[in-house]
Design a protein around this ligand. Sequence first.
Ligand code: EPU
Length: 407
Amino acid sequence: MKKIIVNGGRKLQGDLTVSGSKNAALPIIFACILTNGVSEIDNLPDIGDVRAALALLSSFGAKIERRGSLTFIDTRELSYIDPDVSLTSKIRASTYLLGSCLSRFGRCPMLIFGGCNFSYRPIDMHIDACLALGAHIDGDVITADRLKGNVISFRCPSVGATVNSILLAASAEGETLLRGCAVEPHIDALIDFLNSCGASIIRQGREIRICGRELHGGKITVIGDYIEAGSYIALGLMCGSVRVKNAPLSHMSAVLDCFSTLGATFSFEDNFISAHLSSKNFLSLTTAPYPAFPTDLQPIFAPLMAVISGGEIIDTVWRERFGYLDSLSHFGILSHREDNRARIFRSKIHSGKTVAPDLRGGMACLMTALAAEGQSEIDSLEIILRGYENLEKKLRTLGAEIKIQDT
Ligand code: EPU
């Protein structure tokens, strides 16, 4: 494992560019399993989760080549092998093997699915979707001789269940209608990619209509990561003056509104956004499925609230996603949690030592360490590197004094 040692309290200043979105890249990679051909993906972020997903594809025989910003994935000669649990247990997106392996190979083991364990993360709607399209549970394996279109209504919007259902239906027999879908920008990115592979998928509001087709290789540019962009805008507000290039602003309305309520004003130049504090206000934010404020940014807003005027977070997506507050308390951040709400008090932050509790919680600790005077240490840096591309390089560009050590 690695740890990051931070000499904090320095003013951070400079420009950085947003990378491709993790949560858009992962469904696209797993969708390649459905295709028979060579796909060309631009702007795939080089992060831990993407490397694990590509390794899973390679284990089925996919040939992967990275050339500059492009990644080519050749899936013409795939054959089934039990997925490596040391990889599937690393990333949550390994749940997408359910849809992709059932479609291509007619089987998928009920694996240990990994990723951040900040909350109980059920997959009942994923399994219901498999069964609705004709799969059967057979011991610890789920199998399907053939998949056939159906109507599926989700009881709440789920990114993962929507992705898996699209993967199951894209090359199934006949037509599938999905109701109550997640509509995050990464869902549209997956639809765009599959349509470039010959699929017939149309989304209207929370309904998605899919006619099964044979799929060939496709082409896509991965959209910018609005969670990464939001993280660096927040870092700029905490530590100095950061200009963020290529932030996908059209996906960030709810996030920009919350920055404004805290007291931020924005400057826009060419493809850059930067934020400055012109007042300091209490913020109450509520997370909910897109287009509302994203749950993945609530841990990032907690330290920002703490150094401005305090605030309140209500998480309606992951009701228990507050474990990271214990880690932030090592840096002086005071909070009180009750049910799915947390009150963040205005706090005097100081240097500290902790272990990254999860991807976004780990980034929240790192941001606090960068803002606090003195030397801090955050262990298990790999957890943060699962979702932030070139983190070390980007922070150094801003003038951060950091050192990475093996532990
Ligand atoms: N849910 C169910 N049953 C299911 C599936 C989900 O009840 O079968 C519920 C969950 O308990 C939760 C809600 O539905 O309350 C939404 O969960 P969702 O399925 O949308 O989450 P996910 O697909 O497991 C993805 C992201 C997460 C992000 C959530 C919510 C990926 C790989 N992961 O997870 O991203 O928090 O959507 O937006 O796309 C992150 O990037 O740090 C991260 C955790």
